[in-house]
Design a protein around this ligand. Sequence first.
Ligand code: THU
Length: 167
Amino acid sequence: MEHSKTGTRELVIKTAIKVYDSPASMTQADQKLLAEAKAAMEDSYSPYSQFKVGAAILLDNGIILRGSNQENAAYTMCICAERVALATADSQFQGVPVVAIAVTATSKNHALNKPISPCGACRQSIAEAEYKHNTKMKIIMQGETGEVYEVRSGMDLLPLGFDGSVL
Ligand code: THU
């Protein structure tokens, strides 16, 4: 933190992203979660974007839940895979923290060989899940192939995010 003579200062927020060359370098548990996210893509309904997204979340009680993107001809109603999975947790396992989420995707239009990361709305939902339980959610991200990115918390992807503590 630098203090200047002008009464201003700069805050620098750093995010550490762990990069795995491939899923094979990850723990068995994380490989399983990513494999569940890949399987979830099969249930994607994405005729408009041709972009299938799969998410899998690991609950604190060991249960894994899947979610996939569900689109609508009225585009604004499309729901992301991450929020489908998180809403399933909220509605079926109220009170159980989510400890990890894996996200992956495939496109009909091009090869996806770099990780995809949750959109802004999904980051806000991940933040809410963390805030609600006062826990951190590991986020595992991969494209169809290639490196895997991992961050320790939704806060790593949403610095200076809005949460209920200010209300
Ligand atoms: N999508 C997700 O499912 N998750 C994200 O984090 C980003 C975008 C979906 C929404 C839509 O069905 C398609 O990907 C293209 O935006």
